[in-house]
Write a protein that binds this ligand. Sequence first.
Ligand code: NDP
Length: 295
Amino acid sequence: MPSIPRLTLNNGVELPAVGFGVFQTPPDETRAAVAAALSAGYRHIDTAAAYGNEKQVGEAIAESGIGRAEVFIETKIWISDFGYDQTLHGFEKSAAKLGVDQIDLLILHQALPSEFDRTREAYRALETLLADGRVRAIGVSNFMVDHLTALLDKATVVPAVNQIEVHPYFAQRDVQAFGAQHGILAQAWSPIGGITFYRDSGHASALEDAVIGGIAKAHGKTPAQAMLRWHVQQGRSAIPKSTKPARIAENLDVFDFDLTVDQLAAIDALDTGRRGGPEPDAVTLADFGMPIPEA
Ligand code: NDP
């Protein structure tokens, strides 16, 4: 089983450099996927209220027999639960579904740019949950520089993490640099470019990129492993998703080789500046505000 290096958040809490994502993993496949991940050695699972599979994530962790303190659980508050009281209740829903008293990292899934006061109130609830020991760290996701700036203006706790789309075709260096200046860890979603091939994003698949393929081959590794190694060497947290046990294990087997400076630069040069996911400024309750069920 690979030994996974750890990253230290701005409040001293540690998390494994590579974790496991479950976006689009159907609830009835989630227990098996998380069980496979835990037996492959993952100790960080990233889910979200909006994924509809927190309950199955919690069941798989409980059934694994691995101690609660050994597994880092991250989940996200959906925009329909933004607002101070609503977000406190959102935590209760997630904790109950996950079957835990404390969540390791709780983040806001998106900013609501057109209703930023509500976003701020949601973040204030995360600060309360942190002060009360209900969560060990708090953060955000899909926050751009202007959203982070507006949040930091009133926040008392600097977010530990900003989970954003980062893969070789879309690196968001401005957001990463702003985060680095303020002690906010960049956590890469779609780290192997999933969004470039599972959705029509106008990108070719990063897995089929000739540059990435050539670098992977030079190390006897796969394109997915070369991309994950790029994240690890650049100090990001990465959370690849798969439902297939062989790929789940493959994606964690990235700690026995090093990309050269030139190889890192060659991957950096693939950035197109074009995102695959939704435009963060276009996220509104009217279009995306599906309710999150009670536990
Ligand atoms: P990934 O970059 O992890 O790619 C996942 C896709 O790649 C799936 O189609 C998977 O298929 C396939 N795959 C996985 N491993 C391999 C491999 N070794 N070789 C070939 N194909 C592979 O994309 P995601 O978008 O899923 O992002 C990862 C995680 O990030 C999510 O699960 C979620 O936790 C988080 N996320 C967060 C978002 C946010 O807004 N905060 C948005 C999107 C994702 P298969 O399962 O069939 O193996």
